[in-house]
Design a protein around this ligand. Sequence first.
Ligand code: PZK
Length: 286
Amino acid sequence: MADAVHLGSGKVRELYALDAERLLLVASDRISTFDVVLPTDIPDKGRVLTGLSAFWFARTRSICANHLLALRPDGRSTECRRLSMLPIECVVRGYLAGSGWKDYRTTGEVCGHRLPAGMKESDKLPAPIFTPATKATSGHDENITGEQAAALVGAERFAEAERLSIALYQFAADYARARGIIIADTKFEFGTDRDGRLVLGDEALTPDSSRFWPADQYAPGGPQPSFDKQYVRDFCEKTGWNKTYPGPELPIDVVRGTRARYVEAFEKLTGIAFDRYVKDPTVTLG
Ligand code: PZK
């Protein structure tokens, strides 16, 4: 890291330049809820997300090229190819939740997709839909229609990003469902390489970029418990916190329970013991 130049900070991640072609993406143990980063870390959260992302990158290479070059021995740092990022978030929804549910309830549509009447919150959609969003520089991403997204990136790029996003989601959602986890929706970020080819970047198919639900508790007709953050949310609700900065410190039992849920998601999805990953992160690439 001695000669890595800090490029930017996300809520829970840091981005560095290694050289002209390579970046270093570092996932911290910070956790956010209700859009606020909490003062208490969840040990190993950054490793779980980095390992899961690497696992999916390795298994989806036949669907789409990705930016992963190497995992660092710390298990939380990814060396990746520098891309020119598209100015849209590529969201795929398989279930009706979050802003998709809100938009459906008021308009019967999500990002221009007309959906069947009478759907309930958290219902499975007839087929996954591509619901792009703008990258808000401040505040929340805003859902846009396919036409608006195509105007931002070009019609051909848009069509390719849509096709690849749906294929990646379908692969991962089927894989996860067979292991007890519903991936309700997910967000991809694509860029283009020097040759103009579309490449998957960022983190992919992690609980921070997706909604993970425990399949054995799935009950449409209301919001679903979060696979990873439910203990944190329950604790925050019961403190009476007003969901603005600063958030509350988490008690040790909430920290331990939440860490266990992240590790459980990693082990269920990858079939790899988390201890093995910590000793050698490259086990996810096999
Ligand atoms: C890139 N971000 C998001 C911001 C973070 C992450 N392969 C790439 N090439 C060029 N740019 C990016 C990537 C990736 N991934 C990602 N912004 C630019 C971001 C702040 C902190 F950790």
